[in-house]
Design a protein around this ligand. Structure first.
Ligand code: BGC
Length: 823
C-alpha cells in the first residue's frame, strides 16, 4: 500500500492529539518553504530531506524489512506468473504489463505536500518509506516476486532519519565519517577501503540496499559548493580513492552509486548548467576518475549528473552512458539519474539511463505515450529492466539475509583513525607541534567549541554526537583555559538559541555560521598568558544547491581581527599559536600564515573530530596526510576562475518542470590545465602546493629505479626506497609525476601518474615502494584520432613529497609513437 505522507500524518495525529497543533503549524511552515523552493526552481533533492523529516515509517525495523522479502518470494495470487529469482529474467520481463515496465524504470517518487504537479510521484500502489530518511525506493511487483529496494545517501556515511515517530524509544543514528576530501588526503586506498567497509556495514544493518556514494567530481576551484563530497583536483587520486570506497562498501553485500557522472563541478544553476568542455579535457580530467573507479571498483550503479555537457543532459546522452561507460569501460551495472535530473524521460531511457530517480507521474505519462506512439521501443525498457533486476538480485532485500546489528562504536573507531590519517600539517615552525600532553591551551574561534563534522545537504550524516575540539583536547589531558571557554560557550548557546531549528528542507541547505565572537578587551591577552599555547580554529561550511561565495575564501573581518589579536598576544607572551582549519575545501592562507606557528588542516573530520585533532596535536598520530587540492594564494589564480560560475543565457528560461532557473553555461576554457597542472605549468606561486603535507619526522628518498618489464613493451617497473630519518615513527606518501617530451600534444609540466604510502616506519626503518607504469600513464587523449596517444621521446619521472618538492628523477624512453584504441 502506498503510505502517503498525508495518510501517515493523519495516523500520527490520531495517536497524538496533543501534538496536533504544533505539528500542523510546523507542517504548514515546511509546506510553504518547500513550495517556495520548488517554485523558485531551487530544490529539488532537498525534498528528500523534507519527506524524511515529515514522514513516519510505513514498515517496521530494518530487520523486519529485510526479512519481509523472500528469496524469489512466491506471493499470494501469483501462482502462475513467472517468479523473479526462479524463472529466467526474460520471462519475468515478458510477464510485465506496459505500465509495470514504465513504473519499474523509475523510483516510487517523493510523496510530499507542496510538490508541484510536474514532479508528483508516479501514480500506483507503492510505499516510500521503508527506511525513513532514505532517498528513494524502486517499485515492488509482488505478483512477480520483485521486491522494492532502498537507496540512501551518502559520501560521508549513511544518511537516514535518526528518529522515528513509531519507535520513540529507538534511535537510528549513523556514523559521520570524515568527508571525502579528508579521505583522499590520506592518499591511502587501503585505509579508505576500511572506511568503506564500516560505512557499508551500517548500510546493511539499517536495511538499505544501495549507498548513493562515492561522489568523485573534480574539485576545479576552491569555491565548489560540494567539494567536500569530492576527492581531489586530480583524476588518478579521485578514481583510486573512489574505487577503494566502492570495494569497501560493497564487501558488505550492498551496492554503491558512483556519482555524479560527469562534469558536475559546481552548484550554480546545477540542474540546467551546460558545461562546455573539449573532448581532451573531458577524457583526461573529468571522465578519467570515473573510468578508474568503474574499472577498479566495479560499482553496482553509476549516477548520472544534473548538468549538460556540450548541450546534452548527461542523463540523456547515449555516448556518455552507453558508448563510453558500457562499451569502452565495460560497465555492467545500472545507471540511475540524479534526483529529478534531465528533461526528457524518453531520451534518458533511450540513452541508457536505466532508472529515473526519484520518479514522477509526468515521466510515467511521457513514457507510456512514447510507447503508444512508437517513439520508444519496449525493448529499450526491457534492457533497463534487466539491469535493474540484476541489481535487485544482488541486494540483501532480495536475498533475504538477516541484517547484522548496527555497531556505532566500531564505526566511531574507524572514523577517528581515518580522520587522523587525512589531516594535513601545512606548516610547523620550530617544531612547535606536537604539544606535550597536559599543557594549558587557550582555545580561540567558535570552531574550537563547535566543530563542523561535514558539509550540508545529501553529503551530511545524522550522527549521534560530534566531539568538539575543546572536548577532544580535554579528553586527551590538555587543559583548556576556563574563562575563555565559558565566554565562547555562553556566546554560542545564546546565538544558537536565536536560530529557528533546522527542520525539513532547511536542515538540508547550506548554513550561515555564527559570526566570530568579539572578545572583550584584555581577555585575549589574559587567556594567552594563562596558557602554554594558543589554538585558533577557522571553519567553513558549504553544501548542495550553491557554491561558496567568493568572500568565503578569505578570512572575514572579524576573523582577521581575532587572528591579529591572538597572534600579537602569543608573540608578546612567547607562546606558540596553532591554527586549525575546519574546512571542506581550501581557504586563503598566504596572507596570514606568518601570523601563526603551525597550521593543521583538520578538514571536516566526521563525528570524532575533537579526538582526531587531539591525536595529531599531541603526537599520538604523526601527520601523514597531503593536500589533494592546491591551496592557491587566491582562488582567482586558477585558470578555471576565469569563466566561473558561468553565464546566464538570454533569452533562456528553464522550461518545465523546473521553470524558474535561467538556462546557463560555463566554459571550461582551461581545458586540461586544472589545479596543479596549470599552476606548475605557469610556475605560479601557491600558498601550499598539491600533494604538500608535513610530518613530525623526516624521510630520505633513495634513487628512483626504472626497469623495462621483460616481454612487455612500454611497461616499466619503478621502485624507490624511503627511509624514516627522524626521531618518531611516521608514514610517507610518495607521488610519482611524469613530464612528457616536447613536440607532440601539449602537456602540463607535471601529471600525477602513481602514488603510494609507506607503512608506519620506525626511526631508521626503510620501505621500498614499487609501481608499475604502462603506456596509458604516458598517454594523452588525441581528439583528432579519438585515441590515447603516446608520443615518442624521453619522459621524465619525478618522485616527490609534493608536486613542488620533487626529490628524485629518472628517464623513460619511448622509441615510437603508440596509439591506444578506446576499446
Ligand atoms: C544529490 C545526490 C543525492 C540525491 C538523493 C541530489 O540532490 O545531487 O547526490 O544522492 O539528491 O538525495
Amino acid at each position: 500500500m502506498r503510505a502517503s505522507l498525508a495518510h501517515m500524518k493523519t495516523r500520527f495525529l490520531r495517536r497524538q492529539p496533543f501534538r496536533r497543533q504544533a505539528f500542523r503549524q510546523q507542517a504548514f511552515r515546511r509546506q510553504l518553504l518547500a513550495c517556495r523552493m520548488l517554485l523558485s526552481g531551487a530544490v529539488v533533492s532537498g525534498a528528500v530531506a523534507f519527506v524524511a523529516a515529515c514522514s513516519t515509517p510505513a514498515a517496521g525495523t530494518p530487520a523486519a524489512t529485510a526479512s519481509s522479502s523472500s528469496k524469489g518470494g512466491e506471493l499470494a495470487g501469483a501462482a502462475s506468473a513467472p517468479q523473479f529469482g526462479k524463472s529466467p529474467i526474460k520471462d519475468v520481463i515478458a510477464a510485465m504489463t506496459r505500465d509495470e515496465k514504465v513504473r519499474l524504470v523509475m523510483g516510487t517518487g517523493l510523496d510530499a505536500p507542496g510538490l508541484r504537479p510536474e514532479i508528483a510521484a508516479p501514480a500506483g500502489p507503492h510505499s516510500h518509506s521503508r527506511v525513513p530518511g532514505s532517498a528513494g525506493e524502486t517499485l515492488a511487483i509482488p505478483r512477480l516476486g520483485i521486491p522494492a529496494i532502498v537507496l540512501a545517501d551518502g559520501p560521508a556515511g549513511l544518511r537516514i532519519q535518526p528518529k522515528r515517530e513509531d519507535s520513540p524509544d529507538a534511535t537510528f543514528y549513523c556514523t559521520a565519517f570524515p568527508v571525502a576530501t579528508a579521505l583522499a588526503a590520506s592518499w591511502d586506498p587501503s585505509l579508505v577501503e576500511q572506511v568503506g567497509k564500516a560505512m557499508g556495514a551500517e548500510v546493511r544493518a539499517y536495511g538499505v540496499d544501495v549507498l548513493l556514494a562515492p561522489a568523485l567530481n573534480i574539485q576545479r576551484l576552491p569555491l565548489g559548493g560540494r567539494n567536500f563530497e569530492y576527492f581531489s583536483e586530480d583524476p588518478l587520486l579521485s578514481g583510486r580513492i573512489a574505487a577503494a570506497v566502492v570495494r569497501g562498501v560493497q564487501a558488505n553485500g550492498v551496492g554503491t552509486s558512483v556519482k555524479h557522472f560527469a562534469a558536475n563541478n559546481e552548484e550554480w544553476n546545477r540542474r540546467v548548467l551546460d558545461v562546455r568542455v573539449d573532448e581532451r579535457a573531458l577524457r583526461e580530467i573529468y571522465l578519467r576518475g570515473f573510468e578508474i573507479a568503474v574499472q577498479e571498483g566495479q560499482p553496482w550503479t553509476v549516477m548520472s549528473s544534473y548538468n549538460q555537457i556540450n548541450g546534452t543532459y548527461t542523463s540523456e546522452d547515449p555516448r556518455l552512458l552507453t558508448s563510453i561507460l558500457r562499451s569502452e569501460w565495460h560497465f555492467g551495472g545500472l545507471v540511475m539519474s540524479d534526483w529529478f535530473a534531465g528533461r526528457d524521460p524518453v531520451a534518458q531511457v533511450s540513452a541508457g539511463n536505466d532508472l529515473l530517480m526519484p520518479g514522477t507521474e509526468r515521466q510515467r505519462q511521457a513514457l507510456l505515450a512514447a510507447l503508444e506512439q512508437g517513439r520508444l521501443e519496449e525493448s529499450v525498457l526491457d534492457r533497463s529492466i534487466a539491469n535493474l533486476l540484476e541489481l535487485i538480485a544482488k541486494t540483501p532485500t532480495f536475498r533475504g539475509e538477516p541484517a547484522p546489528a548496527v555497531d556505532l562504536k566500531a564505526g566511531a573507531a574507524v572514523a577517528r583513525a581515518a580522520a587522523g590519517q587525512g589531516m594535513v600539517l601545512l606548516k610547523n615552525d620550530r617544531a612547535r607541534l606536537p604539544l606535550a600532553k597536559g599543557l594549558r591551551l587557550a582555545l580561540f574561534g567558535n570552531g574550537s567549541y563547535e566543530v563542523l563534522s561535514s558539509g550540508t545537504g545529501s553529503g551530511d550524516v545524522n550522527e549521534a554526537y560530534t566531539v568538539s575540539t575543546a572536548e577532544g583536547l580535554a579528553a586527551a589531558g590538555f587543559a583548556p583555559t576556563a574563562s575563555l571557554s565559558e565566554h565562547y560557550r555562553a556566546y554560542l548557546a545564546s546565538e544558537n538559541a536565536k536560530r529557528p531549528p533546522r527542520v525539513g528542507i532547511e536542515a538540508f541547505l547550506p548554513i550561515q555560521l555564527v559570526s566570530e565572537l568579539a572578545l572583550e578587551a584584555g581577555l585575549v591577552e589574559r587567556s594567552v598568558r594563562e596558557a602554554d599555547a594558543a589554538v585558533l580554529t577557522v571553519r567553513r561550511s558549504s553544501g548542495e544547491f550553491s557554491d561558496r561565495p567568493a568572500d568565503d575564501f578569505y578570512l572575514s573581518v572579524p576573523e582577521q581581527a581575532l587572528l591579529r589579536r591572538v597572534s600579537n598576544a602569543a608573540r608578546a607572551a612567547g607562546k606558540p599559536l596553532i591554527a586549525i582549519l575546519n574546512v571542506g575545501s581550501p581557504i586563503e592562507t598566504a596572507s596570514w600564515r606568518d601570523q601563526v606557528d603551525a597550521m593543521l588542516v583538520a578538514w571536516q573530520p566526521g563525528q570524532e573530530a575533537g579526538h582526531a585533532i587531539a591525536d595529531v596535536l599531541d603526537g599520538a598520530v604523526t601527520p601523514s596526510g597531503k593536500l589533494s587540492m592546491t591551496f592557491p594564494r587566491d582562488w582567482k589564480d586558477l585558470p578555471a576562475a576565469r569563466g566561473f560560475p558561468g553565464k546566464v543565457l538570454e533569452p533562456g528560461v528553464d522550461p518545465p518542470p523546473f521553470g524558474g532557473a535561467k538556462a546557463a553555461e560555463v566554459d571550461y576554457a582551461d581545458g586540461i590545465q586544472v589545479g596543479y597542472r596549470a599552476l606548475a605549468t605557469s610556475k605560479a606561486a601557491v600558498a601550499f602546493p598539491f600533494g604538500h603535507g608535513l610530518s613530525y619526522t623526516t624521510f630520505r628518498y633513495g634513487a628512483l629505479s626504472v626497469a623495462s618489464q621483460p616481454g612487455a613493451p612500454a611497461h616499466w617497473n619503478v621502485t624507490i626506497a624511503v627511509t624514516n630519518t627522524g626521531k618518531v615513527p611516521g608514514a610517507e606518501v610518495v607521488q610519482l609525476y611524469v613530464s612528457a617530451p616536447k613536440g607532440g600534444l601539449s602537456k602540463p609540466a607535471l601529471e600525477l601518474r602513481r602514488f603510494g604510502k609507506t607503512r608506519r616506519l620506525a626511526p631508521g626503518e626503510a620501505e621500498t615502494l614499487a609501481f608499475e607504469l604502462g603506456p596509458r600513464e604516458l598517454a594523452s587523449f588525441d581528439p583528432a584520432a579519438s585515441a590515447w596517444l603516446v608520443d615518442p621521446g624521453t619522459y621524465t619521472l619525478r618522485a616527490g613529497a609534493s608536486s613542488a618538492d620533487l626529490r628524485q628523477t629518472a628517464a623513460l624512453q619511448v622509441a615510437q609513437a603508440l596509439n591506444l584504441p578506446l576499446r
